[in-house]
Write a protein that binds this ligand. Structure first.
Ligand SMILES: [Zn+2]
Ligand SMILES: [Zn+2]
Length: 412
């Protein structure tokens, strides 16, 4: 860095008239200074994982670091959530960036020196890394203050638990009313892709994931007297086949949807017709319209099917996270920021859709924005695996990305 120091000094002393290349250079080299510190923070969080809405130590660490760096800190937003706010200049624009903080109920088998000391809890989804990245950006933004407007850094609890998770709780706690954001941005690491590569996609990017439990109520009896019973196993077997028609016949071939019957339970003895049968179904989709029609179709089919056999269907349809939809303008903007930073060869502009789900989708229902996936290494263990670890090489890349994104979004 030394031989370029005068140029950087002059850059920092001027406004954003410098070339994109120079901006990129500064963003990366400045965060490199913080590499060791960020790594220590990340490994500290990794070693002390906390489950959803129990992120007391983690959020305390986040809040105190933000305060040290001059942020206005609001604690207990949506449970254990923290928002750090920094305002520069007189600009009226604002932007939110979100990181998730929770770990998973997994026994860590990574063998790392900083492996979890909380048995049965593990940062197996890299939320330790997402949190450290956003802290890196916080420190850098507070140091350079090279923007005009307000940035809200949103540290969210409980991404992993499905319905009623941290994003919903923060929104219910008035997140965007208390901390107005013109747009919202987030990232997730992505094992299976080269470290430091960015995956963008405008429009639907990650799936909605719903879970349906159907209980068929029949009438139990002796196996020898089927005519005096209503056999729920026959109904369930027939319904399993009928449900295959939902995607095949009711979803536009240009759309993608999945209906998987993951469990089917009934009966205890070969000579007994049971009272009931139960199945659990995973339903995934990439558009609100398809999602709604899948639910309607499954409800209608199960109800009518059971009635057709003289049985009854109880349907418990639980909606999980919605489709994650990136807005076009903000995605293009974020893609340009990434491309300036790491070069076009490390940025995929329109990646394939991902069948996983993510509660950042709730924020994107309220504000325009972009959720990006950041390569964690091609041959790394997958997310939620007991051998997984976040790739620390991404700490500075991620922090530089957020810093540049804020500086560009809230450009003077
Ligand atoms: Zn996860
Ligand atoms: Zn995750």
């Amino acid at each position: 860095m030394s031989e370029h120091a005068p140029e950087i000094e002059s850059y920092l002393g001027t406004t954003l008239k410098s070339s994109p290349l120079m901006r990129q250079y500064c963003a990366l080299t400045d965060t490199l200074d913080s590499r060791a510190e960020l790594e220590a923070i990340r490994r500290n969080i990794h070693q002390n994982p906390e489950l959803a809405f129990d992120e007391v130590r983690t959020s305390g660490l986040v809040a105190s670091l933000l305060e040290t760096w001059g942020f206005t800190v609001t604690r207990a937003v949506g449970g254990t959530g923290v928002v750090g706010t920094l305002k520069c200049g007189q600009g009226g624009r604002s932007v939110g960036i979100r990181a998730d903080m929770d770990a998973l109920p997994i026994y860590e088998r990574s063998g790392l020196p900083y492996a979890s000391v909380n048995e049965g809890r593990m940062h197996a989804c890299g939320h330790d890394g997402h949190t450290a990245i956003l802290l890196g950006a916080a420190k850098q933004l507070a140091r350079t203050r090279n923007f005009d407007g307000t940035v809200h850094l949103i540290f969210q609890p409980a991404e992993e638990i499905g319905a009623g998770g941290g994003a919903e709780r923060m929104l219910a706690d008035g997140l965007f009313e208390r901390f107005p954001c013109d747009a919202i941005f987030g990232l997730h690491n992505h094992p299976g892709m080269e470290q430091g590569n960015f995956l963008f996609r405008s429009g639907p990017f990650m799936a909605a994931c719903d879970t349906v439990t159907i209980t068929i109520r029949g009438k139990g009896g002796h196996a020898a007297r089927p005519h005096q019973s209503i056999d729920p196993i026959l109904v369930a077997g027939s319904l399993v086949m009928a449900l295959q028609s939902v995607v095949a016949r009711y979803v536009d071939p240009n759309e993608t949807a999945v209906v998987t019957i993951g469990t089917l339970h009934a009966g205890h003895a070969p000579n007994v017709i049971p009272d009931s049968a139960r199945m659990e179904i995973s339903v995934r989709s990439f558009s609100p319209e398809v999602r709604a029609s899948l639910e309607n179709r499954i409800r209608q089919l199960a109800t009518a099917h059971a009635e057709g056999y003289g049985a009854m269907a109880e349907i418990d349809y639980v909606r999980g996270y919605p489709v994650l939809v990136n807005s076009e303008r903000e995605t293009e903007f974020a893609r340009q920021v990434a491309e300036e930073l790491v070069g076009a060869d490390k940025v995929v502009g329109q990646a394939a859709r991902i069948a996983g789900s993510e509660d950042f989708a709730y924020f994107l229902q309220e504000r325009p924005g972009c959720f990006v996936r950041l390569g964690n290494g091609a041959n790394q263990p997958l997310l939620h695996n007991a051998g997984y670890d976040f790739n620390d090489e991404n700490l500075t890349v991620g922090a530089a990305y957020w810093t540049r994104l804020v500086e560009r979004y809230l450009g003077r």
